[in-house]
Design a binder for this molecule. Sequence first.
Ligand code: CO8
Length: 258
Amino acid sequence: TPKFETIAVETRGRVGVITLDRPKALNALNSQLMIEVVAAAVAFDRDPAVGAIVVTGSEKAFAAGADIKEMQSKTYMEVYTQDFFSEWDAFAAVRTPTIAAVAGYALGGGCELAMMCDILIAADTAQFGQPEIALGVIPGIGGSQRLTRAVGKAKAMEMCLTGRKMGAEEAERAGLVSRIVPAADLLADALETAETIAAKSLPIAVMAKEAVNRAFESTLAEGVRFERRLFHSTFATDDQTEGMTAFTEKRQPVFRHR
Ligand code: CO8
């Protein structure tokens, strides 16, 4: 097992948990943290014993953005030739369902990391924002795109242009987060949601995720056709047989993830 320095990684039953752990920098996303989060997420994704992944931070901060001190002296040629931040694409490409459990600041890259997850659960203390404009840059890990799809143009535009933060209540009303929970219950709640997902058939959950994500990338007609083909392919799995058999036998299904 690789040794991580900026994150803590553990497995609880069928749930993989990644905890961002750079407390002195409010979990700012420097290169090392990015490499570690991506490595941990990809390793969980490859592990058939993991059926859901929770990403969380601390009480004070999920993550306060990309690491400004690390970026400060970079040149255009460096960020362009390194395709700076593109490593995060591997996180967004994870097929296992992911849940962001967000307390405190989720700013800039922190908000973008949370939005790369499939489900976003917020503590009542959560604060979301894209404050890059105050630094003379713009969001660089998908914020202008994912925030706009999540909350619509008016709020996304205002947040990206003014840097205004959005509290948990507003984020829920706007559709950015699925639920708000008291800060003290955040991790337990996220774990419970993750366990619920991980108890289902993993290949079917992956198909459900793929189908929902397709809604962002296609026309309605194409998306519906894609969904129907995936639905058909669920009938190739043992878990479809088991799920429907269990229902008719009035018992709980025992999914074998195949
Ligand atoms: N990067 C580096 N260090 C940070 C960051 C950060 N994003 N955020 C906080 N820290 C550090 C602080 O510098 C401080 O360190 P030190 O004690 O050594 O001075 C420590 O964390 C604690 O922070 P504060 O003392 O500021 O704590 P407060 O409670 O007073 O304030 C805030 C908390 C409001 C969150 C404040 O820290 C803040 O505004 N942080 C910056 C938020 C921000 O602007 N984030 C966006 C960053 S840019 C980004 O994410 C995407 C850039 C895309 C560029 C694309 C290029 C290709």
